[in-house]
Design a protein. Structure first.
Length: 285
């Protein structure tokens, strides 16, 4: 088990970074690091940071390498699934998981998240903002890391604004487009961030507001319907053919041709299929 990092040791790391960067930089702290700054946790194993530009990502990565951090070449499976842009580790220091504006295949740093965040470290050039408890909850919910469930429970107990979370969740959709979304729907729909979030919520030992759960369940049903429809498209097919195949099976939320058309239009918007009136073709990616 690696050493945990307290609020003070995290501040020391940020102070060291602040001394060595040349230009203003703003980063957003997620997960256990943000919870540690808010004193919801005594310590954390790693720091999950979202940067706002690709340049800042490269500057921060290179600076940590100069501090004798090493890139984790083969992170354990749960971190590969999380999709960190780069993981950097050093004995006796904080571990950094740095993301370039979006946690790959998951949520992106939105304007709403920036507005809700609070500044927790102010250096001469480095400014660190902790995401709101609501946004930390969302990120933890889609991460698929079993150890995040305990943190999610603690966040719920702080009194979350579920209306804010559902608005943010809806605004993030679709979370992926093109090849990334196609691969996850085709190969492992259970790993889709919407499905991961639904399962994380179902694992919590508490009852969440029904209106919130209903919204998430509806989006999860839609993902499963997308998977079924993608599985029914060969080179080319029609909306009517898919409806005739799926409706009698009653296995997904497809009760009419209109339902199929709506879901196919969503797939087209994500760049997965081409829709020409009645005809559907898989898009070459």
């Amino acid at each position: 088990m690696r050493e945990m990092n307290s609020r003070e040791s995290i501040k020391e790391e940020f102070t060291s970074i602040d001394k060595d960067i040349d230009n203003e930089m703003t980063v957003y702290l997620m997960g256990g690091g943000a919870m540690t700054f808010r004193r919801l946790k005594n310590a954390t194993y790693d720091l999950d940071l979202l940067v706002t530009t690709r340049d800042d990502f490269e500057i921060l990565r290179d600076l940590l390498l100069e501090f004798d951090y090493e890139i984790v070449e083969n992170p354990i499976e749960e971190y590969k699934a999380l999709g960190a842009a780069v993981l950097l580790d050093k004995d006796g220091a904080c571990r950094f998981d740095i993301f370039d504006r979006k946690v790959i295949r998951k949520l992106r740093l939105s304007d709403g998240m920036r507005e809700r965040a609070e500044e927790v470290f102010t250096g001469s050039k480095l400014h660190v903002y902790a995401l709101s408890n609501e946004d930390i909850f969302l990120f933890k919910g889609v991460s698929r890391r079993s150890r995040d469930v305990k943190d999610m429970v603690q966040l719920v107990e702080t009194g979350l604004a579920f209306d804010v979370m559902i608005e943010e969740f809806q605004n993030q959709l679709p979370m992926n487009k093109g090849k990334a979304e196609r691969d996850i729907l085709r190969d492992a729909p259970e790993n889709h961030p919407v499905i991961a979030f639904e399962r994380a919520l179902e694992s919590l030992p508490m009852t969440l507001p029904r209106s919130f759960m209903t919204q998430i369940e509806q989006e999860a049903d839609r993902v499963y319907a997308e998977f079924e429809i993608m599985s029914n498209i060969e080179e080319q097919t029609t909306i009517t053919d898919i409806a005739d195949n799926l409706i009698p099976r009653n296995t997904v939320i497809v009760n009419s041709r209109a339902d199929v058309k709506s879901i196919v239009e969503g797939l087209a918007a994500k760049g997965l299929v081409e829709l020409d009136s009645e005809n559907i073709r898989l898009k070459k990616l």
